[in-house]
Design a protein around this ligand. Structure first.
Ligand code: HGY
Ligand code: MN
Ligand code: MN
Ligand code: MN
Length: 395
């Protein structure tokens, strides 16, 4: 039974469809237990680092290791493959190498990064950003989930002392090369009709929290001319963000996670909070996009008699994976196409610190972050064989 089949029932979301697996919720805890059992049955020794990331070591943890892995958490109502395909493929590839009698010349580990989607605490790649110091630990401790639980409280509750959260030179210093296999989140491989591609790079991307402040009032007693309705301002802001991105080649802007205070059908809210996800080919272009969106949103907020409050929540610079490693990976697989991606990954965070490569597996639906995300079994097998070949090359 493939690893994906073993976890297929963990974290199903009957209400949304797909999967909802978020940091230290019941599904995440069950997936972590599965990973530890699966890794130990493969003869690996599992340790959890100070930030809740899991490391399954083949041999003694050591410097210059080849580390391969991804994440197990999902977006709300996400697909089956985004994250878990990379973890399962890494475990299967290491199991194949070990059963073939292969003896690595350097340490090797399979890693599971915590909260890559940022679905519970709002910051994507939380585990890898904490590991690398890309996210300030004191700020991270104060992150709050939808129930008002802080990351510090959640970490302490799950045996990860909040006071230890933060940059982990020891864990990071062990990594010589990082490799992530991931289902493609797009149609690039469908268009070139191939099962695998090596990643050329990742768009710059960030998240901003944008609040619209108006005047709470009665939905019936308040004349239309007297309203300062932040919901209307936010709705116009969503369109403004879409229009700004649509006018820039390759740019992406999404406004989601709408929070309305107070919610009520017969209430004009006093405040609406939205989250902007903006991405583009390079850092300057993305910053310019966000500046334009902010200006357009200020205009529509003012037109609705509302105030705008914007705060940057997370940022990832554009990534180009090292050409020599891309060539080595491609050569190990007999030459495969190269594709860029607009999706963020832990590999993007790690690539600022260690040589990093990604391999994508074809997704016939081209859809991700939704139940329609898909990969054919043959392509998944090609992915495992690819990781096994690359590890043989690197180890
Ligand atoms: O948001 C992203 O691109 C990634 O899936 N976390
Ligand atoms: Mn994702
Ligand atoms: Mn992912
Ligand atoms: Mn990722």
């Amino acid at each position: 039974m493939s690893g994906l089949d073993e976890i297929a029932d963990i974290g199903r979301d009957p209400r949304r469809g797909g999967y909802s697996r978020h940091l230290w919720d019941a599904a995440d805890l069950e997936l972590r237990d599965w990973f530890v059992a699966r890794a130990e049955s493969t003869g690996l020794d599992v340790e959890r680092d100070r930030n809740g990331n899991l490391w399954a070591w083949w041999g003694a943890p050591g410097p210059d290791a080849v580390v391969v892995g991804s994440h197990l958490d999902s977006v709300p109502g996400g697909g089956e493959y985004d994250g878990p395909l990379g973890v399962v493929s890494a475990l299967d590839a290491v199991a194949l190498l070990r059963s073939s009698g292969f003896v690595p010349s350097r340490p090797c580990a399979v890693v599971v990064f915590a909260e890559e989607e940022g679905s519970r605490f709002g910051v994507a790649c939380l585990g890898s950003r904490l590991l690398t110091g890309a996210l300030d630990a004191a700020r991270a401790r104060r992150l709050v989930d939808a129930d008002g639980v802080t990351l510090a409280e959640a970490a302490d509750a799950h045996g990860v002392p909040a006071r230890h959260l933060g940059a982990d030179e020891r864990a990071l210093g062990r990594i010589g090369i990082f490799l992530e296999l991931h289902v493609e989140q797009g149609r690039g491989l469908v268009d070139v009709d191939g099962p695998l591609a090596v990643a050329s790079g990742i768009l710059a991307h960030g998240r901003w929290r944008i609040g619209f402040r108006g005047e709470g009032n009665h939905a019936g007693a308040t004349r239309m001319a007297d309203r300062r309705d932040p919901m209307v301002a936010a709705a116009r802001g969503v369109v403004a963000a879409r229009d700004a991105a649509a006018a820039r080649p390759g740019a992406r802007a999404t406004v989601g996670r709408i929070g309305v205070v107070p919610g009520g059908t017969n209430v004009i809210p006093s405040a609406v909070t939205t989250w902007l996800d903006a991405r583009s080919g390079d850092d300057e272009e993305t910053r310019a996009l966000v500046a334009e969106i902010e200006e357009r949103m200020r205009d529509v907020a003012a037109a609705e008699g509302c105030e705008l409050v914007i705060a940057e929540e997370s940022w990832s610079s554009a990534v180009t994976f090292p050409a020599d490693l891309r060539e080595r990976v491609s050569a190990a697989l007999g030459g495969i196409p190269e594709l860029g991606t607009g999706a963020g990954h832990d590999a993007g965070v790690l690539s600022a610190h260690v040589p990093t490569a990604m391999v994508f597996v074809r997704n016939p639906s081209g859809v991700s972050h939704a139940p329609e995300e898909y990969a054919e079994l043959d392509d998944c097998i090609a992915g495992v064989v690819a990781v096994e070949r690359i590890l043989r090359e690197l180890l």
